[in-house]
Write a protein that binds this ligand. Structure first.
Ligand SMILES: [Zn+2]
Length: 490
C-alpha cells in the first residue's frame, strides 16, 4: 500500500499588520494533531476530507501529522514555522518510506526569517524525500507563488473560485495526479511565469473578467490533455516581499518548454488587463444612507477594508459609529473582534451594559474605540459547525462571543478574529440574519457565497482600515523594482 503524507499548513501573511502570528494564533483557530485529524475532517467537504476519500479509493495509508490554519495576520514567528513545519518534516523523516505527498498550503506565508515560507518548507521537504517523490500542493488563489515553490513541488493546484468553495474539488484533483505519479504513469513538473506587477487579475475575482477567462482556458487545456494542471494565482498585495504578485504556473508531464510558453502567454493577458476591477466601494456616509432603505430581503454591507480574511484587525468601528450616530435600526452587525470587551461583557452578563469596543490595535485605522450603552442579549463560547458552502461540516471557533444590542443594532462581539463567511456566525448567537433590514459584515469577497443568496443587494464600504492597499513606495521596500503600479514606467 502506498504511504502518503498529507498535512495542512496555511497562513496568508499581511506584513503590514501589527499582530505577530505566533503559535497561539494558530492554536486558537484551527490546530489539530495526528489522531485528532480524522475526527475533525473525515466526511467534510474540505481539502483534508477529500484526502481521506482518495485514500479509501486508492488504498493509501495516510500519514497526517498536522492541520494548522491561522486567521490571516502579521508575520509568522520562526518558532511557529519551525513547530508546524517541523511536524511535517519529522513525519517525512520518521514515518517513511513516503511514496507521495499531498500538502495543503496557502502560498502567501511570510516568516520572520523566510520571506517565502512555503518555498522554504518545500525545499526542506524535497531535501528529505529526494528528487523523485511526487509532492502535490494545493494553494489558495491569493498565493504569492515563487520559483522555489514551483521547483520543489511536483504539481501546484490553486483554488479556482473566490469565494473559495472548491477546496474539496482541488484536493481531489491533486489526489488523482498524485495517484498517477506514484504509479509511474506521469512525471509532473511545474513551471512559472510572472510580470513586473504587484497587483492584478481583479484581486482574484472569479465571477467575470481576466481571472475567469484564464481559469476557463486553463481548464480547457487540462481537459484536452495538453497539460496536467494550470493554476492562476492573483497574489496577495498586502505583503512587502520581493516575489509578491500574480503568477501562472503550468504543471506538465515532461515537456517543460511547452508549459512555459502557455504560462507566458497567460501572463501576457494578466498584464494587459492589470487595470481591470469590479470593486466599487462607498464612503461610510454613502453606505449609512443606503441603510435607511427597506425591502423584502436584507441589504448586505461589507466592510472591504477591515477584512479579517486579509489580515484586517476586525475591530474597525467607523461604519458601526455611522449607523449608531444616524439612528439606523434593524441591523445585524458582524463583528467587532475585541477580547477585552467580550471579557467585560461576560463579567457583567445578560442585561444592561456599557462597553468600550473596537479600534484598539491601531486606533488610527478604521475608527478608534467606541463606548456604547445597550443590552447584552446572548453569550456563547463561539464554537459551532459551519453550514457552508465554504467548509461546511467543519467546526469553527471564534472564542467567547456575545450579542450587544445598541438601539436597533445587534452587534456581535468575538474574541478570535475571522471574516463573515457563514450564516451560522449569526444563527449560533440567536440571530436570524434574514429577518433584518441590514446585515453588516467584514469581508472583501468570501461573504458572498453565504450572504448573496439572502441579500436584496450587496454593497461595499471603505472605512479606512488596514486592508486598503497604499502603493506608496515607502510601504514596499523589499519588492522587486520596477513594478506596477508603484512605478509608472515599467
Ligand atoms: Zn484567498
Amino acid at each position: 500500500m502506498p504511504r502518503v503524507l498529507t498535512a495542512r499548513f496555511m497562513h496568508e501573511t499581511n506584513t503590514f499588520s501589527r499582530v505577530r502570528t505566533d503559535l497561539g494564533e494558530w492554536r486558537k483557530r484551527d490546530f489539530h494533531r495526528d489522531n485528532e485529524i480524522p475526527a475533525a475532517f473525515r466526511g467534510t467537504r474540505s481539502a483534508l476530507g477529500a484526502g481521506f476519500e482518495a485514500a479509501d479509493k486508492y488504498g493509501w495509508t495516510l500519514i497526517h501529522p498536522i492541520s494548522a490554519n491561522a486567521n490571516p495576520s502579521g508575520t509568522v514567528t520562526d518558532d511557529a514555522f519551525e513547530h508546524i513545519g517541523g511536524a511535517i518534516l519529522a513525519a517525512a523523516r520518521d514515518q517513511g518510506p513516503i511514496d507521495g505527498v499531498l500538502l495543503h498550503l496557502h502560498g502567501a506565508m511570510v516568516v520572520e526569517s523566510h520571506e517565502d515560507g512555503e518555498g522554504e518548507l518545500l525545499a526542506r521537504l524535497r531535501a528529505v524525500l529526494g528528487p523523485d517523490t511526487p509532492i502535490v500542493v494545493t494553494l489558495d488563489l491569493h498565493a504569492n507563488v515563487t520559483q522555489a515553490m514551483a521547483d520543489h513541488a511536483s504539481a501546484l493546484i490553486a483554488f479556482r473560485s473566490y469565494p473559495h468553495i472548491d477546496m474539496y474539488e482541488r484536493s481531489w484533483q491533486g489526489a488523482e495526479l498524485l495517484e498517477r505519479a506514484m504509479k509511474g504513469e506521469i512525471k509532473p513538473k511545474t513551471v512559472i511565469a510572472r510580470r513586473p506587477m504587484l497587483y492584478g487579475l481583479d484581486w482574484g475575482r472569479t465571477q467575470r473578467g481576466p481571472m475567469a477567462e484564464l481559469i476557463a482556458r486553463g481548464e480547457a487545456l487540462e481537459s484536452a490533455g495538453e497539460v496536467l494542471a494550470v493554476s492562476i494565482c492573483a497574489g496577495f498585495p498586502l505583503a512587502d516581499i520581493r516575489d509578491v504578485g500574480p503568477t501562472v504556473t503550468v504543471t506538465v508531464d515532461g515537456n517543460a518548454a511547452k508549459g512555459q510558453l502557455i504560462a507566458e502567454e497567460f501572463m501576457d493577458h494578466a498584464w494587459a488587463t492589470r487595470d481591470f476591477t469590479t470593486v466599487n466601494m462607498l464612503t461610510v456616509a454613502e453606505a449609512v444612507a443606503r441603510c435607511r432603505e427597506t425591502g423584502d430581503k436584507p441589504l448586505v454591507v461589507a466592510d472591504f477594508t477591515d477584512n479579517p480574511g486579509g489580515g484586517g484587525y476586525g475591530d474597525a468601528t467607523a461604519f458601526l459609529k455611522g449607523l449608531v450616530d444616524a439612528g439606523i435600526e434593524n441591523v445585524a452587525f458582524h463583528a467587532i473582534c475585541d477580547p477585552e470587551a467580550v471579557a467585560a461583557g461576560m463579567k457583567s452578563g445578560i442585561g444592561p451594559a456599557t462597553l468600550t469596543l473596537g479600534g484598539k490595535i491601531d486606533p488610527a485605522l478604521g475608527g478608534g474605540p467606541l463606548t456604547l450603552s445597550g443590552e447584552i442579549t446572548h453569550l456563547t463560547d463561539g464554537r459551532f459547525i459551519a453550514y457552508g458552502p465554504m467548509g461546511g461540516g467543519v467546526e469553527r471557533n471564534y472564542g467567547p462571543s456575545l450579542v450587544f444590542r445598541v438601539g436597533g443594532i445587534d452587534i456581535i462581539l468575538i474574541s478570535n478574529n475571522g471574516q463573515a463567511t457563514d450564516l451560522a456566525q449569526f444563527t449560533s448567537l440567536g440571530i436570524d440574519p434574514t429577518r433584518y433590514a441590514t446585515v453588516a459584515v467584514k469581508s472583501m469577497q468570501h461573504f458572498r457565497a453565504a450572504f448573496e443568496p439572502i441579500a436584496r443587494e450587496v454593497i461595499l464600504v471603505h472605512t479606512g482600515a488596514l486592508c486598503q492597499v497604499d502603493y506608496n513606495p515607502e510601504n514596499f521596500k523589499r519588492v522587486r523594482r520596477p513594478i506596477w503600479p508603484i512605478d509608472e514606467s515599467v
